[in-house]
Design a protein around this ligand. Structure first.
Ligand SMILES: Cc1cc2nc3c(=O)[nH]c(=O)nc-3n(C[C@H](O)[C@H](O)[C@H](O)COP(=O)(O)OP(=O)(O)OC[C@H]3O[C@@H](n4cnc5c(N)ncnc54)[C@H](O)[C@@H]3O)c2cc1C
Length: 342
């Protein structure tokens, strides 16, 4: 027999948007639970931990512009869960490298997901729990998973747009909104080089070829010693090869890395490059999104949150989660303006 679990609010997704929404609602006295399909929190603020090393293979760093997120980041800094990442970054345009350290960038320590692991510890979260459908029955939300059923007066869906769409009935406004958003894939390669590379920067935005970004993971604070690099392919290349085998993708990305190193380190013999892991982010970034911060129907007890509504980055996802809780619990639908992201 299926278990039925009752809460005031069910949040679907334990990325930064869902965890922020759940924290905000709990602080307002709601009985909240979070349902997460993976084995842990963090979503795309992810770290791959393996015996052969550790790599932040999703979000690389974050910035903090809004008063709300600045206050949150300050709290994480005080708690030692986040640190500034002040290493030089380069931009490669195909001919020239421009290196700078201009912007304030932050990372979780010792892993990108560390602040979210800390937030998650204070919440009721059911992991390995994939929501398959949400619907209204007798004035309550019914949330189905493979094994159990949850009921709640209110629900916040904090997932990438295509995964949000997949849960909703086709005839509702929320479904139409999620369907209109476009999210692009990203292939990520995690590798190790046999000896340090003498590059004058720790990471680079690449505006030519297959890659869009590469970073020396161990240049981030409190990472273990090692020569671990993360490479991201462009959205166009990832889309074109989204169904390619991981072996093929790995080989193509390593070749591209070597090509760039040969340009950046002319005359040097390159160290051995050992590809370790490949990850396909099917819904990495929103390319077309509503600049709404949150989409809420307080009278129906429904809100959608996530980066796709709020600029496609960590800070936007945080603001979106906060705004979703406020919209449902305080009927405050003006959160976009308050969060300063509008
Ligand atoms: C390769 C890459 C690089 C990036 N680089 C940066 C960067 O440098 N700076 C920056 O600010 N942002 C960056 N981003 C974007 C940033 O990671 C996201 O904006 C942010 O993490 C999104 O948070 P979220 O909570 O909206 O969604 P997610 O983090 O995607 O959280 C959604 C959660 O829902 C879970 N889930 C999905 N479906 C279900 C279901 N049916 N039932 C239950 N749970 C489900 C997922 O497992 C996940 O944990 C990057 C993203 C990627 C992929």
């Amino acid at each position: 027999m299926r278990l039925i679990n009752e809460f005031d609010l069910v949040v679907v997704g334990a990325g930064i948007a869902g965890l922020t929404a759940a924290t905000q609602a709990s602080a307002q006295g709601q009985r909240v639970c979070v349902l997460e399909k993976s084995a842990g929190p963090g979503g795309r603020m992810a770290t791959r931990n393996k015996p052969d090393g550790s790599w932040d293979h999703g979000a690389q760093y974050f910035t903090a512009r809004t008063p709300e997120f600045r206050a949150q980041v300050q709290q994480w800094l005080d708690e030692g869960l986040v640190a500034p990442w002040r290493e030089p970054l380069a931009v490669w345009d195909g001919e020239q490298l421009s290196v700078s350290r201009s912007r304030e960038r932050y990372v979780g320590v010792p892993k990108m997901k560390s602040p979210l692991v800390n937030v998650a510890e204070k919440l009721i979260i059911f992991y390995n729990t994939q929501v398959t459908q949400v619907r209204v029955e007798n004035g309550s939300w019914v949330i189905d998973t493979h094994a159990s059923q949850w009921r709640a007066k209110k629900i916040i869906i904090a997932l990438p747009a295509p995964q949000t769409q997949a849960l909703l009935a086709h005839d509702c406004e929320a479904y139409a909104l999620a369907s209109a958003a476009l999210m692009e894939p990203c292939w990520a390669l995690m590798l190790e080089v046999a000896r340090p590379l003498q590059l004058p920067f720790a990471a680079a935005f690449v505006n030519e070829g297959v890659l869009s970004w590469l970073a020396h993971n161990n240049s981030k604070p409190e990472r273990t010693v090692g020569e671990h690099y993360v490479l991201h392919a462009t959205a166009e290349w990832s889309r074109a090869h989204v169904e390619a085998s991981t072996e093929w993708v790995q080989a193509a990305m390593v070749e591209e890395f070597k090509r760039l190193l040969t340009l950046w380190l002319p005359g040097e013999i390159l160290p051995a490059i050992q590809p370790r892991h490949v990850h396909r982010w099917r819904f990495a970034r929103a390319t077309k999104h509503e600049p709404a911060i949150v989409a809420a129907w307080p009278e129906q007890g429904l809100a959608l949150a996530g980066d796709w509504l709020a600029g496609g980055r960590v800070e936007g996802a945080y603001c979106s989660g906060r705004a979703a809780a406020n919209a449902l619990l305080l009927h405050n639908t003006n959160s976009a303006v308050e969060c300063g992201l509008s």
